[in-house]
Design a protein around this ligand. Structure first.
Ligand SMILES: CCCCCCCCCCCCCCCC(=O)SCCNC(=O)CCNC(=O)[C@H](O)C(C)(C)COP(=O)(O)OP(=O)(O)OC[C@H]1O[C@@H](n2cnc3c(N)ncnc32)[C@H](O)[C@@H]1OP(=O)(O)O
Length: 139
């Protein structure tokens, strides 16, 4: 992980989800696959926005640590931060926590997204650092 980049930009928790009955597994806790679906979509959107390209795919996800099991009615929040800008790739770190208590729920050290061209081939994205809404709108 690029520690410098990570320390410069704190993880931001934007997306909130409310754990509903249809999200539960037979143990009455949040189904892991549902949580991973939410994370993949959130991380893909983060990558799309940072790379300014809608044609981005998930390439690699490192170990997933399910730390604690949310229950029905819990509000959880998903945090994403960019840790490395490669040539065609962008690496993200993800943490999920309980919105009210900040109890950690899940962590993923590395999620790698690849920037694609119109033919679905990896293409250099030309980005080197995190940008924010105001900077992107000013261009
Ligand atoms: C503005 C609003 C618009 C709204 C718009 C709506 C959109 C809102 C929908 C949200 C949701 C989206 C959904 C997307 C998320 C899916 O669901 S994507 C579906 C799942 N993913 C896939 O199907 C990908 C399948 N894989 C592939 O097609 C090929 O592997 C790829 C991605 C084209 C890459 O091919 P490749 O031959 O491995 O490429 P290669 O050049 O060797 O490597 C490319 C980069 O990946 C890295 N890499 C390769 N292998 C690895 C590895 N094992 N580990 C780590 N890195 C690796 C390389 O180091 C390289 O990085 P750079 O050094 O260039 O930075």
């Amino acid at each position: 992980m690029d520690d410098k980049l990570y320390s410069e930009h704190e993880m931001r928790f934007h997306t909130r989800k409310w754990v509903k009955p249809e999200d539960l597994n037979p143990n009455q806790s949040l189904f892991g696959g549902r949580l991973l679906q939410w994370i993949d979509e959130e991380a893909a959107l983060y990558a799309i926005i940072q790379l300014e390209n809608t044609h981005v795919v998930t390439k690699f996800i490192s170990e997933i640590n399910f730390i604690a099991a949310p229950r029905q009615g819990d509000i959880i929040e998903i945090g994403i931060v960019a840790t490395k800008f490669g040539n065609t790739s962008l690496t993200l770190r993800c943490e999920v926590r309980n919105k009210m208590t900040h109890e950690p729920i899940l962590s993923i050290d590395r999620m790698v997204f690849v920037n694609l061209d119109k033919n679905g081939k990896p293409a250099p994205h030309g980005k080197t650092a995190i940008t924010f809404v105001a900077e992107r709108l000013l261009k």
